[in-house]
Design a protein around this ligand. Structure first.
Ligand code: AKB
Length: 313
């Protein structure tokens, strides 16, 4: 049975990944770590861990007897643009410590990359797995450097590093913080509480997205994949849908007919969105480890609205 340590366990992906991993591998075999204490008690073991503290990361992993590290702690794109130096130190320092811990303790390794690893010179449609990556954001620079570092640790030290390039992730459990794709989560909350939403991303701006259950399944499937079948590792394109703000509004109107959408574009987040692809090609993930997404836009909207109505009432 695997023994998995997760960093950033209280973040947007981490807070749901923990439950998924506990279901797959048993509650006691998943160690949650985060820089802050959980607001309410959470299932399974928990340790406070600042990922920039490499010594403590190593000790926590060793004491737990972890054989796998899932490094989720990171600053997202808009936050990183507001404080680039802090982003570099946290995103790269944390990743380096996690890779070193994995090397020293001979652990399997997962960390997410992002569509943010692409830039304006990348082909926008059906963005290939292997293509130009010249991002113009600090987050993107971190993600490309991170992909290369993970490949380096695999080739140089034999660490079993694996990763995916996630699109915007949408979930009703934990809200994202400081991302460019966050509008596609906020919109569902506001649709229920206010019946209207002011989008900070302009009409017509397409970005790839995925519903959280598909993202969690992708992590588990990639980590379970036969290494002999992986010719890529860091990191696989994955996506479930791509839409622009008007399309998500139209999907919400199928349930809330009077839902109103207005626009007040945030130039910083719009520039980031404009530098990213419209739609990436996930075929390498499909071929090499059977990636599959179950939710399209309308299926996700129906589930989000149903679950959020229960949560917010
Ligand atoms: C962000 O918007 O920064 C993230 C991402 C696409 O990596 N959701």
């Amino acid at each position: 049975m695997k023994k998995i340590m997760v960093t950033g366990a209280l973040g947007q992906i981490g807070s749901e990944l923990i439950g998924k991993l506990q279901k797959e591998y048993g509650e006691d075999n998943v160690l949650s770590t985060d820089i802050r204490q959980p607001a309410e008690s959470i299932a399974g073991p928990f340790e406070v861990l600042d990922v920039t503290d490499g010594k403590k990361m190593y000790e926590v992993a060793k004491d737990f007897g972890a054989d796998t590290i899932m490094h989720m702690a990171a600053l997202l794109s808009a936050r990183a643009e507001a404080d680039p130096l802090f982003a570099w130190n946290l995103n790269m320092g944390g990743l380096m410590n996690a890779l070193e811990t994995a090397r020293e303790l001979n652990m399997h390794f997962f960390t997410p990359s992002s569509i943010g690893a692409f830039g304006p010179s990348t082909p926008k449609m059906n963005t290939p797995q292997d293509t130009l990556q010249r991002p113009t954001t600090m987050y993107g620079v971190n993600k490309v450097a991170g992909e290369l570092l993970c490949d380096y640790y695999f080739h140089r030290f034999g660490v079993d590093t694996r990763g995916v390039r996630f699109p915007g992730l949408i979930s009703y459990v934990a809200q994202p913080g400081g991302g460019t794709t966050d509008y596609a989560v906020d919109i569902y909350y506001k649709a229920i509480t206010d019946g209207k939403y002011e989008s900070f991303i302009a009409e017509g701006t397409c970005m790839d997205m995925m519903y959280m259950p598909d993202a969690l399944q992708a992590i588990v499937d990639l980590m379970e994949a036969d290494p002999a079948k992986l010719s890529h590792r860091n990191a696989f394109n994955v996506t479930a849908m791509c839409f622009e703000p008007g399309e998500i509004a139209a999907s919400i109107r199928k349930h809330i007919p009077n839902f109103e959408m207005t626009y007040n574009v945030d130039p910083v987040r719009q520039a980031i969105a404009d530098s990213w692809p419209d739609h990436i090609d996930p075929s390498a993930a499909v071929t090499e480890w059977g990636f599959k997404a179950s939710y399209d836009l309308d299926a996700m909207t129906a589930d989000m609205l149903e679950k959020l109505k229960k949560k917010l009432n």
